[in-house]
Design a protein around this ligand. Structure first.
Ligand SMILES: C[S@@+](CC[C@H](N)C(=O)[O-])C[C@H]1O[C@@H](n2cnc3c(N)ncnc32)[C@H](O)[C@@H]1O
Length: 194
């Protein structure tokens, strides 16, 4: 059964062993130095990327358009708030909004925007990815990804970070990224504001 939890499971492993601000996600959003970013996660999903960013000091606004996923995420956030301590202080930096980022982002003019839409070829491996397959069964494919990235590029004050499987096809319909951060299975295409 699909569940969102910040108090147990794979996310806690990622929190503990994720290399802090040295991890690729943090580098991609520009948190490697002491800077604390204000970030919009345009594709919240189960909120795991946002949770890691908030654990590093970022204030994150999460946007999710699937009613079911939004509800699961809200339940996960509520449970973490009740849990107290460090976990609760992390989720207190996460602000969840229901709706379509294509409509909401222009009203927010965010500093940093993270985009991690459903990619068709995501393969089985770890627990988080199993969860992602269950998310896909609910939300399907995000066929408006390019439109979302274009809106994000217009509205960002600093950068747009597009998270994709490492060997995903390049996004030919948008301008070339400013730089890339490559991991073993995931890559981040970073588009600085021009
Ligand atoms: C791959 S998942 C994101 C996983 C997330 N990064 C995490 O760590 O859990 C993609 C999610 O983005 C949502 N989504 C896609 N396009 C969206 C849009 N335009 N506005 C809001 N949510 C969107 C989908 O409903 C889905 O839940």
């Amino acid at each position: 059964m699909l569940k969102c939890s910040f108090i147990e499971g794979a996310i806690l492993h990622r929190l503990k062993y994720g290399k802090g601000r040295g991890q690729n996600l943090a580098k991609a959003v520009g948190m490697k130095s002491n800077k604390n970013r204000t970030i919009v996660d345009a594709t919240a999903g189960l909120g795991y990327d946002s949770f890691i960013l908030a654990s590093l000091g970022a204030n994150v606004t999460l946007i999710e358009r699937s009613e079911k996923i939004h509800k699961l995420l809200q339940e996960g956030i509520n449970e973490a708030k009740e849990y107290g301590g460090h976990i609760s202080s992390i989720v207190n930096r996460m602000d969840l909004i229901f709706g379509d980022s294509k409509i909401i982002i222009p009203k927010l003019s965010p500093e940093v925007i993270l985009v991690d839409t459903m990619y068709n070829e995501r393969k089985k491996s770890a627990l988080v990815k199993n969860n992602m397959r269950l998310v896909r069964e609910i939300v399907g494919s995000d066929l408006d990804q390019i439109e979302l990235i274009k809106i994000a590029l217009e509205c960002t004050k600093n950068r747009v970070v597009v998270k994709q499987p490492r060997y995903a096809e390049p996004n030919d319909e948008i301008r070339k990224y400013s730089h890339q951060i490559l991991g073993k299975t995931v890559r981040y295409d970073v588009y600085m504001k021009v």
